[in-house]
Design a protein around this ligand. Sequence first.
Ligand SMILES: *[C@@H]1O[C@H](CO)[C@@H](O)[C@H](O)[C@H]1NC(C)=O
Ligand SMILES: *[C@@H]1O[C@H](CO)[C@@H](O)[C@H](O)[C@H]1NC(C)=O
Ligand SMILES: *[C@@H]1O[C@H](CO)[C@@H](O)[C@H](O)[C@H]1NC(C)=O
Ligand SMILES: *[C@@H]1O[C@H](CO)[C@@H](O)[C@H](O)[C@H]1NC(C)=O
Ligand SMILES: *[C@@H]1O[C@H](CO)[C@@H](O)[C@H](O)[C@H]1NC(C)=O
Ligand SMILES: *[C@@H]1O[C@H](CO)[C@@H](O)[C@H](O)[C@H]1NC(C)=O
Length: 489
Amino acid sequence: MFNCLCVSVFVGLTHALPNFVFVLTDDQDLVLRSLDYMNKTTKLVANEGVTFTNFFVNSPICCPSRSTILTGKYAHNCHVYNNSVEGGCSGPEWQKEHERASVAAILKSKGNYRTFYAGKYLNQYGEKNTGGVKHAPEGYDWWLGLQGNSKYYNYTLSINGTGQFFENEYLTDQITKYALDFLNQKSTIESNFFMMLAPPACHAPFTPAPRHSNLFPDLKTLRTLPFNVTPVHKHWLVQMPPEILPSDVTVLDEIYKNRIRTLQAVDDMVEVIINKLQEVNVLSNTYFILASDNGFHIGQFTQPWDKREPYESDIHVPLLIRGPNISKKVLSEFPVAAVDILPTILDLAKIEKKDSDGQSFKDELFRRESPPFTKNILVEYWGEADSSSIDPQCPWSFDNELSQCVLDAWCKCQDSRNNTYSCLVALSDHSKFKFCVFEGGFIEAYNLVEDPHEMHNLKLQKIEVAHYYSILEQFKHCEGTSCLINYKI
Ligand SMILES: *[C@@H]1O[C@H](CO)[C@@H](O)[C@H](O)[C@H]1NC(C)=O
Ligand SMILES: *[C@@H]1O[C@H](CO)[C@@H](O)[C@H](O)[C@H]1NC(C)=O
Ligand SMILES: *[C@@H]1O[C@H](CO)[C@@H](O)[C@H](O)[C@H]1NC(C)=O
Ligand SMILES: *[C@@H]1O[C@H](CO)[C@@H](O)[C@H](O)[C@H]1NC(C)=O
Ligand SMILES: *[C@@H]1O[C@H](CO)[C@@H](O)[C@H](O)[C@H]1NC(C)=O
Ligand SMILES: *[C@@H]1O[C@H](CO)[C@@H](O)[C@H](O)[C@H]1NC(C)=O
């Protein structure tokens, strides 16, 4: 009898906790207006919940950013600096230490959640030198991780640790299918669950599903500022030639259009999953989150198509959340960073975690208007140099200083060793300020209220530079509670 009581108390408690469905898109921008073309997501998530209009990633590149989202730790604390194994991506330290403390692993071990992951994980996941697809990360009941970087066809998934190759199954739809299988299990619905759905969209190679491949025939990339302009006070890499020629712009239009097309399958996924949650009667107890790992630029400041820059196109991305007690159609200006997602989810699940570098924004989910706020966000990036990524037909011969200079992007290099920087993004209810220091000491600073397109690098006084620099230095070396500083700027 005593046992029965325990069981029923336990079941009651479990059900008081919410479920989570987290859709993490790849390279999805906010600034280039990709969300405008996701009508189902707008209707079912944004209009039913809160849109965070000031969501920033802490590093504008896949592997470091995903590592931060999964662990609630800055890249400098999980030691994931770029997309390669030497840079920490899915490397030995990650697998031994940080991966085991992911949001899913904590929900599973401390909250008894059933957990699910499907899709792109980390760029080096499943490769020979990171343990292959038989390495299924700890903390997932269902593990359906994509080997390597985003692909739409011809990919291998680790199905609970066993590799399976798919040639013709469009990956985003395959993820949706597995998600439905998971939600069709009684054991899922009878417990609390956490699902992470990580489609390849809208990352290169920008391949839409056949049913979407002819949509939006007239769509063009944004020509508004800062498209194809090179302000003289920007970092050296951005100022490198060439400029974008009119004939190149059609290439950019195709990329823009196909990115939007790939997102249509994500839009379908959102609708199908929400309908399923409703059908199995758990929608009212489920937080549904959509966010991106980093943004993207297409011709801004004459950069062809990529991320890795400290500008708004690359670091300022979508974050939408609907769920229990969240009001409809809220636009929240409260600043949120990628590192804050894990503490927020754990907070909603009533699990305490002390060593995250981020801060829960749970209270902000339930407000219709934000009270006055001040928040500092750290952005860090380690510039890459790789002579093997420089096409020999391109005119550059800087040994080991540049990378990603390809004919497809008319030899404009997308990265350089000294594109290493850290930024302090300081936001309050009446100010938006960005202060970036590059390797070698080059500084860019913007007043984003007066200059939202980052055209005018501010000429700061020495004393101001010293002040911001000292705050930035604290952030660059912070860990856990020492990261939770928010200076008024
Ligand atoms: C999305 O909604 C807008 C405005 O309601 C409409 O003009 C557009 O045709 C819709 N797009 C799609 C793909 O359904
Ligand atoms: C993955 O493993 C779980 C058991 O942990 C099992 O229930 C599920 O069916 C497996 N998924 C697939 C797609 O094989
Ligand atoms: C998969 O790869 C093969 C070999 O490169 C290619 O012939 C085929 O068209 C690809 N399939 C799809 C659906 O892209
Ligand atoms: C970046 O490195 C290049 C090549 O070494 C050098 O010419 C340039 O001055 C550096 N730029 C900055 C802003 O440090
Ligand atoms: C929603 O609000 C009700 C009433 O204030 C409260 O009892 C309940 O715990 C809240 N649920 C969540 C998930 O916050
Ligand atoms: C990635 O980061 C590691 C560690 O900092 C570094 O050794 C490597 O050169 C970086 N990769 C590239 C392509 O720059």
